[in-house]
Design a protein around this ligand. Structure first.
Ligand SMILES: [Fe+2]
Ligand SMILES: [Fe+2]
Length: 275
C-alpha cells in the first residue's frame, strides 16, 4: 500500500529527477501518491526551482539547429520521434510544475486546490507514459532519447509564465498543447504514408490523451477567470499577446479543440483582437 502524501513534495521529486526514465518513473509514482493524498501542504514548496533537473543529453540547441524531419527515411522518422519524446519529457515537468507552483494561488482564489493538483498529476502521468512509449519506439529503431540535439522552447515558455497561474494555463495547455492537437493528425497521416504504422498508432494514443490535457487547461482557466472577474476568451487573447512569442499559429484543428472545450472565440481571427 502506498502511503498518502501530505504535501506536494513528490511532485517536486519528479521535477528534481534528471535521468529520463527515472523522471518518468518518479512522475508515475507522484501521480498515484497525489491522487491518494488527503491534504496538501503547498507551503513546503517555497524552494521550487525555476528549471527542473535535466540530463546531460540531449544537448539544447537553437530551433534551427535541430534535425529536420523528412519522414520517408528511417533517420527522418527517428528525428521526429526524438523531437516528440523531448516534448513529452518537457511536458512531464510542465504538469508537475503546474501542480506545485500554482496550488497555493488556486487555493487563495477560493478554488479546489486538491482537484487542481489531482488533474495535473493525471496529466503528468499521461506525459510520463507518452515519453516512455516514444523512448521505447526510438530504441526499437536503433536510437535513443538524447542522441540528437533538442530545443528549449517549452521551458522558455514556462519561465515566461512562472509568476501567474492564468498566464501558465493560457500558454502551456491552451496554446502549446492545443498546437499539438493541430499538428498531430497530419503527422499520423505522414507516418502511415511512410509505412510506419507503429509510430502512427502511438501518436493516436497521445492525441486522444492530449484532448484531455487541453480540456483541463480550459477548465481551470475558466474557473480562475470567473474568480478574477475576467471574460475568458478576451483574457486568453491578451495573455497570448503578452506572453507567447510568435502568438498562435493557424491552421487550427477546430474539431480537436472543440472536443477540449477550446471554442473558436479563444483563437479565431487572432490578428484582430476584439477584447
Ligand atoms: Fe503528452
Ligand atoms: Fe499533454
Amino acid at each position: 500500500m502506498i502511503a498518502p502524501a501530505t504535501s506536494l513534495a513528490c511532485a517536486a521529486q519528479a521535477l528534481a529527477t534528471a535521468e529520463p526514465r527515472a523522471k518518468a518513473a518518479a512522475a508515475l509514482d507522484a501521480a498515484v501518491r497525489l491522487q491518494a493524498a488527503p491534504a496538501l501542504d503547498p507551503a513546503r514548496l517555497a524552494g521550487l526551482a525555476d528549471r527542473p533537473a535535466r540530463p546531460a543529453r540531449p544537448i539544447l540547441a537553437p530551433p534551427g539547429k535541430v534535425p529536420r524531419r523528412r519522414l520517408g527515411s528511417p533517420r527522418g522518422r527517428i528525428a521526429l520521434l526524438h523531437a516528440l519524446a523531448h516534448i513529452e519529457f518537457n511536458a512531464i515537468d510542465l504538469a508537475f510544475d503546474m501542480a506545485a507552483r500554482f496550488a497555493c494561488d488556486i487555493a487563495e482564489a477560493g478554488l479546489d486546490a486538491r482537484a487542481f493538483v489531482a488533474d495535473w498529476a493525471q496529466v503528468g502521468a499521461d506525459e510520463a507514459r507518452h515519453f516512455l512509449m516514444l523512448a521505447d519506439r526510438l530504441e526499437a529503431l536503433g536510437a535513443a532519447y538524447g542522441d540528437l540535439p533538442a530545443h528549449d522552447r517549452l521551458w522558455e515558455a514556462a519561465l515566461a509564465t512562472r509568476d501567474d497561474a492564468l498566464a501558465r494555463l493560457a500558454v502551456a495547455p491552451m496554446a502549446l498543447e492545443a498546437r499539438g492537437l493541430d499538428v498531430t493528425p497530419g503527422l499520423i497521416a505522414r507516418l502511415e504514408a511512410a509505412g510506419d504504422a507503429r509510430s502512427a498508432a502511438l501518436l493516436r494514443v497521445i492525441y486522444e490523451d492530449e484532448i484531455g490535457h487541453v480540456a483541463a487547461g480550459v477548465r481551470w482557466f475558466r474557473r480562475l477567470c470567473a474568480r478574477r472577474g475576467l471574460r475568458p476568451a478576451a483574457a486568453f487573447r491578451k495573455l497570448i499577446a503578452e506572453r507567447l512569442a510568435g502568438g498562435l499559429k493557424p491552421p487550427f484543428n477546430t474539431e480537436g479543440r472543440s472536443a477540449a472545450d477550446l471554442t473558436a472565440d479563444f483563437y479565431a481571427e487572432t490578428g484582430r483582437i476584439m477584447a
